[in-house]
Design a binder for this molecule. Structure first.
Ligand SMILES: [Zn+2]
Length: 100
């Protein structure tokens, strides 16, 4: 079960990276920190910050559900981070655990 779960997480990160690429997510440095912006949503910017659990994003997927997101995938690409150990992600997600 642990291996299937880990494969699933790896696939999630792969999809997040694909979406980051398709939507041209960029990581930019502003005076108050790092942000991820997307060409498909030019008016939105999501702040990226490091906390005790790892790098975190303020989008719904990661802020509320602690799931992989395209913004953190873009950050991992820029900073050459290991998504499996350096991101704030709860896996398997609480909803999946409850359903199982
Ligand atoms: Zn995000």
């Amino acid at each position: 079960v642990e291996d299937i779960s880990m494969e699933d997480l790896v696939r999630r990160w792969q999809r997040a990276a694909e979406r980051a690429s398709e939507e041209q997510v960029r990581v930019i440095q502003l005076p108050d920190g790092l942000y991820a912006t997307s060409s498909s949503q030019p008016l939105r910017a999501y702040r990226l910050h490091r906390e005790s659990g790892g790098w975190a994003c303020e989008c719904v997927a990661n802020e509320m559900h602690h799931l992989p997101c395209k913004h953190l995938a873009a950050l991992a690409d820029v900073l050459d981070l290991d998504v499996l150990s350096e991101m704030r992600v709860d896996w398997p997600p609480a909803g999946v655990k409850a359903a199982a």
